[in-house]
Design a protein around this ligand. Structure first.
Ligand code: SF4
Ligand code: FES
Length: 248
């Protein structure tokens, strides 16, 4: 036995939400599992160990294991986190796992964030709106470094859904664009290549499903694993909404 797989002396008690969509009559339950903690054990490692040694039917999602793909969001003791970058050493010995709320439940800890993010992208027009025809012979346009950096900040979102799960408004209003949606809007608003004007932006964000639906609790900012500057995003959008109103 090497130092890396020797146990830490701590037994972990996992209480995991179970739901089989193929057998809806069975209803949701909580199931208990016990494993020995090993050094540097992440939730990814722990859940795989449970699936391999105790219950092969356990459903959960992981792909990159490095906080890049955004597929492993889950509620850990009531807080949305990425399972792949959460170490059991940072958690108490009793760990309760639930799927992220708001998103369509597939089974157990697995949710379909893709449906929500696709709807959000369609509702916000999350693509470059331009009437300028593509000309492969045109020279590249230069962009101010600071502006390019601000756009890049918005593009760092990995669509994990943690902010949406933590958001009070998104939990009660399925049409709310959510922190990730508002971040996406700001990203295109900043981009000078997007030719939408103030009136277009006003229609998208100046309503209860947009920036005025935010309850201001800011849980989104606390849980975002990429530390996106969501508070600055909302301030920017509110200023833009006001500007659009003044120029109507
Ligand atoms: Fe995840 Fe942060 Fe993007 Fe929300 S804004 S989906 S928490 S990376
Ligand atoms: Fe990709 Fe966690 S597995 S972000």
């Amino acid at each position: 036995m090497t130092a890396d797989n020797a146990d830490t002396g701590r037994s972990l008690h996992f209480e995991i939400f179970r739901y089989n969509a193929a057998d809806p009559d069975a209803g949701p339950t909580m199931q208990h599992f016990y494993i020995d903690e090993t050094p540097y054990m992440s939730l990814f490692i722990a859940l795989n160990q449970i699936r391999e040694t105790q219950d092969p039917s356990l459903q959960f999602d992981f792909a990159c294991r490095s906080a890049v793909c955004g597929s492993c969001g889950m509620m850990v003791n009531g807080r949305p986190v990425l399972g792949c970058r959460t170490l059991t050493a940072d958690l108490p010995g009793h760990i309760r796992l639930h799927p992220l709320p708001v998103f369509k439940l597939i089974g157990d800890l697995s949710v379909d964030t893709g449906v929500w993010f696709r709807d959000m992208a369609e509702n916000t027009g999350a693509w470059m709106h331009t009437t300028t025809p593509f000309d492969p012979d045109t020279r590249e346009q230069r962009m101010d470094d600071e502006l390019a950096q601000a756009i890049y900040e918005g593009d760092r979102c990995i669509e994990c859904g943690c902010c949406v799960a933590a958001c009070g408004a998104a939990n009660v209003n399925p049409d709310f664009k959510g922190p990730a949606g508002l971040n996406r809007v700001a990203r295109f608003m900043l981009d000078p290549r997007d030719e939408r004007d103030d009136a277009d932006w006003f229609d998208i964000i100046s309503n209860q499903d947009g920036i005025f639906g935010c309850l201001g609790m800011m849980a989104c900012s606390d849980v975002c694993p990429k530390q996106l500057p969501l508070l600055e995003v909302y301030a920017y959008l509110r200023r833009k909404a006001l500007t659009a109103r003044l120029t109507e």
